[in-house]
Ligand binder design. Structure first.
Ligand code: SF4
Length: 423
């Protein structure tokens, strides 16, 4: 009898394992649609060589972040020479640039593959005629009305943002802060930063300060050191956060000097923005390794973008790749209705489908929170598929990731009589 039960259990375990394996294999099959890594690396090297030739740079220049910034590609003729764009592509880029500025770091441009048109790197970097479609708002978060002091954005009780610059290594075409980007690069004035720091010091409930922009790591080392040092002196500031996309768009910025600065003022949390597995390169990994060695805790805030990462297998693969480089997937932001970015928008349903495809199918560590920002700057709303089917006073009905329905008692078992307890 006992042997029969053991065999039955084994049989059931094998059937279940086969079902789970089929689920994982279906994902591995989907992932084959992504370009082969070795082929991509080869193309990237060729592209880098071409960029260096056209810009007249050297290997040494390439690893210098200031060279990368100074040589951002902003001219359609140079872009066309590097990528071999058609005249029509150039005309379209020039038309968009009359309304919105663009600039691409040589490093990020080197990641564009040969079949550039549908390439997720190209689409995030190069202006698209879809940006001129009407609709959307420049300030859907009502940031103009959540700023009680210069450079400050305050939307939550115990934390706030200091906006330190509008400069970025690349002006992402989907940027949700397009309003801040403006026409010229501009760091915040020292006087305004001092007022913002003073605001933090005078408000003892602020325990968490995010330094962002633009891209906070586009500040000079001296200025970043100054801001972190000042925050570090304020006793009620428990954590500092830095918002930067440089590990993705210009990993050369993560220099020994910046590591040294971050190391001095723990705890520092750094959130970056990888949106596609092709962005997780060996250079990006090295930048993240260095930040981790400096003691920073790394998280990723992806933006859900139509045609880039709106397929469940791409988002799953991205999150798995991030864990491999020790970056914890933190948020997936639903793209807001920002003017000039409507062509990237997805439905919230698509975001929910992605979340459904993650839970249970991959490690919990690879599952970020899907966030829809409330219009008007009223904060983040976490959105997820419904696993709670029914809730009553004494009973609760839940759904598992595979759709099995489970009914549980909703009352704690209380033992009031000593006789209830087994002695
Ligand atoms: S790095 Fe961030 S702030 Fe800068 S353009 Fe890209 S998305 Fe916008």
């Amino acid at each position: 009898m006992k042997e029969k039960r053991v065999l039955q259990n084994l049989h059931r375990s094998i059937l279940r394992s086969n079902k789970l394996k089929a689920d994982a294999l279906a994902f591995l099959e989907d992932v084959k649609a992504l370009p082969d890594k070795a082929a991509v690396q080869k193309q990237t090297l060729a592209r880098k060589k071409r960029i260096l030739e056209i810009l007249g740079g050297t290997e040494k220049d390439w690893s210098n972040w200031q060279w990368q910034i100074k040589n951002r590609i902003k001219d359609s003729a140079v872009l066309a020479a590097i990528l071999g764009l058609s005249d029509l592509d150039r005309k379209r880029i020039d038309k968009v640039s009359l309304h919105y500025r663009w600039a691409i770091s040589p490093y990020y441009l080197s990641l564009v593959a040969a079949d550039y048109e549908d390439n997720p790197i190209y689409r995030q970097a190069v202006p698209d005629i879809g940006e001129l479609a009407p609709g959307g708002s420049l300030d859907p978060m009502n940031e103009a009305q959540t700023s009680p002091a210069p450079c400050v954005t305050r939307r939550y009780p115990d934390r706030m943002i200091i906006n330190v610059t509008n400069q970025c290594a690349m002006y992402c075409r989907h940027c949700q802060r397009r309003r801040n980007i403006g026409e010229i690069d501009r760091h915040a004035r020292l006087e305004d930063i001092k007022v913002a720091l003073d605001y933090v010091a005078k408000n003892e409930e602020i325990r968490d300060v995010l330094i962002t922009g633009g891209d906070a790591l586009l500040l000079s080392n001296q200025m970043l050191n100054f801001i972190l040092a000042e925050l570090h002196k304020i006793p009620h500031v428990e954590i500092k956060r830095i918002g930067t996309r440089t590990p993705v768009t210009m990993p050369q910025r993560i220099t020994p000097e910046i590591i040294d600065i971050i190391h001095r003022y723990p705890p520092v949390f750094i959130n970056t923005q990888f949106n596609h597995p092709l962005e997780v390169t060996s250079e990006a990994k090295l930048a993240c390794d260095r930040l981790i060695e400096a003691g920073a805790v790394l998280g990723n805030q992806a933006v859900l973008l139509r045609g880039i990462n709106d397929k469940p297998f791409i988002m799953r693969k991205l999150n798995q790749e991030l864990l491999k480089i020790r970056v914890r997937p933190y948020y997936i932001f639903h793209a807001k209705n920002v003017q000039g970015t409507g062509h990237f928008q997805t439905s919230i349903n698509q975001g929910m489908e992605i979340m459904e495809s993650l839970r249970g199918h991959t490690s919990g560590l690879a599952i970020p929170t899907y966030i829809v920002n409330a219009p008007g700057g009223f904060g983040k709303i976490p959105v997820m598929p419904n696993y709670l089917m029914k809730m009553q006073k004494d009973k609760i009905v839940l759904r598992t990731w595979e759709g099995r329905i489970s009914e549980l008692d909703n009352q704690p078992q209380l033992y009031t009589e000593e006789s209830d307890l087994e002695v």
